[in-house]
Design a protein around this ligand. Structure first.
Ligand SMILES: Nc1ncnc2c1ncn2[C@@H]1O[C@H](COP(=O)(O)OP(=O)(O)OP(=O)(O)O)[C@@H](O)[C@H]1O
Length: 489
């Protein structure tokens, strides 16, 4: 197991000495505009400059389809305003331009005025997967920084907590690109180290990290939280609910200044966590949705009947060709299942990678980086990758195992939130994708049925007796990277 030693890691896989990320030197605004003109594609979680997968979509597809979606008031990407009208700093607007963000999404348009108000108020914000929550909180963080002196540039003023190292590194990438024109912005990454290395000092303006590592850093006084103004919890329901993570978040918050703005974001806030979230972020403004509104219509949901565990494996192998049309993630419920499937598929000559919490941190970084760059197109993962990960080329998600809550001694039951987050790895920001769940017995079928009812959505059965038909259905769905689909009900 990896040591508890926390480190700051470079967001971009630089040298170990280079642990604090400084954005590149600001460029004059006309350069940014020219860059935005040149690039026809938006960037996803890790932009191409950071080794990520920039979208290779023709300009007309992005312009026409996305602007259609953003003009539809029933769509979560809809906005009546421009970023300029939201009162953002000119240098931040330049960052958005460089990312090719033309218009805010609904959550960005609604959340930003609430977040940017003074005196600052807490916020609980919810919107469907892939609708731009990261930008909403990053824009608030960047807007609240005082970078006027070198001392302040090296003083943590905002803390963003995320549940996994992969999501942490992704958020660092977004802060870096969005804040590239803010002179003096320094970003620290606080994730667990592979070995017992010394804790680096968090001499930075923004810290992004996982709760356990941040807690250690504060305890050991390598991170001084006295000047923090904003605390963000991404995937907040998961952060507050999960045993361990929840305790750590509470302990971290207890070590921070009392007059801090607390911002909680997630696509899901089940009722029992929502009550708790209201305590963690008292008197918060709230943007919430009903669970029936949460599914993204661009994600076409299917299920496949399998006769046994072995049949699930054979079905996956039959699907392999389709999995590599774009990129895909295969979700399993255990680390051992991930290892087993990877071993068998590799032995049979298929190219797959796997990412679970059983591998060391730097190896995990290497796997996700290969997936982002498109070098690895099929990734087997546990729930560690279910939330937040934004790789725009993912056109297919397979639930090899139905997501379930494992409560010892209790009957098996559906994990609604995890289902939604897993399938949300595709169909990002107006794109289309396919999610297929494998069902191998009656109980799994009942669990999937209850998921369907909970979200008031449709999960269509695919008949595997005719593989040509299966292929036709899936290809038809993912052929066009953007649909005219509306979201929710
Ligand atoms: N206003 C915008 N214009 C264009 N693209 C955008 C805009 N806002 C966000 N995006 C892009 O949309 C994608 C999804 O954004 P993000 O990862 O923030 O979604 P999310 O709501 O946090 O999803 P999840 O619930 O899965 O964590 C990203 O690739 C991001 O770059």
């Amino acid at each position: 197991m990896a040591s508890e030693q926390p480190v700051q890691t470079p967001a971009t896989g630089g040298s170990l000495e280079d642990r604090i990320t400084k954005p590149e030197e600001p460029q004059p605004s006309n350069t940014a505009e020219k860059d935005a003109e040149k690039t026809s594609s938006q960037t996803d979680g890790t932009p191409a400059t950071l080794g990520g997968s920039a979208l290779l979509e023709p300009e007309y597809t992005v312009e026409v389809k996305l602007s259609d979606l953003q003009a539809d008031p029933n769509n979560p990407l809809y906005s009546a305003k421009t970023f300029e009208e939201l009162g953002l700093d000119q240098r931040i607007l330049q960052g958005l331009l460089a990312m090719n963000f033309r218009k805010p999404s609904k959550i960005q348009e609604r959340a930003l005025p609430l977040l940017l108000g003074n005196p600052p108020k807490n916020l609980v914000g919810q919107s469907q997967s892939g609708t731009g929550k990261t930008a909403a909180f990053v824009l608030n963080v960047l807007s609240r920084l005082d970078l006027s002196t070198e001392q302040m540039q090296k003083t943590p003023q905002a803390l963003i907590l995320a549940p996994t190292r992969e999501l942490t590194r992704q958020i660092v990438g977004v802060v870096q690109v969005m804040g590239q024109f803010l002179e003096g912005l320094i970003i620290g990454t606080a994730v667990r180290a592979d070995t017992n290395s010394q804790l680096p000092k968090m001499d930075c303006s923004v810290v992004v990290g996982t709760p356990g590592t941040v807690m250690n850093m504060i305890k050991k006084r390598v991170m001084i939280p006295a000047r923090l103004r904003v605390l963000v919890l991404d995937e907040a329901d998961n952060m507050l609910e999960q045993q361990g993570l929840g305790d750590q978040c509470i302990r971290v918050k207890a070590m921070l200044p009392k007059d801090l703005q607390v911002v909680l974001f997630s696509a899901t806030f089940p009722a029992h966590v929502h009550r708790y979230a209201s305590k963690f972020a008292p008197a918060a403004n709230e943007i919430t949705l009903q669970h029936e509104e949460l599914t993204v219509e661009g994600i076409k949901q299917f299920f496949l009947d399998c006769s046994s565990g072995e049949d699930k494996y054979q079905t996956l192998v039959q699907l392999y060709g389709l999995l590599t049309v774009g990129s895909s993630i295969i979700f399993v419920n255990s680390r051992s299942a991930a290892a087993e499937i990877e071993k068998r598929m590799v032995a049979e000559g298929h190219t797959v990678a796997s990412l679970t919490s059983s591998i060391e941190g730097s190896q995990r970084d290497a796997v996700i980086d290969r997936f982002r760059s498109g070098e690895a197109k099929v990734l087997i993962a546990t729930n560690v990758l279910a939330r937040g990960i934004d790789v725009s080329t993912v056109s297919m998600v397979i639930n090899y195992d139905v997501p379930e809550i494992h409560d010892r001694g209790k009957p098996r039951q559906a994990d609604y939130q995890t289902y939604l987050h897993r399938i949300g790895r595709t169909g990002r920001f107006g794109r289309v994708g396919v999610a297929i769940t494998f069902v191998s017995d009656r109980l799994e079928w009942e669990i999937l049925n209850s998921i369907q009812r909970y979200f008031n959505t449709e999960i269509e059965r695919i008949d595997t007796r005719d593989w040509d038909e299966v292929e036709r259905i899936i290809k038809k769905t993912i052929k066009n990277p953007r649909s005219q689909a509306t979201f929710g009900k």
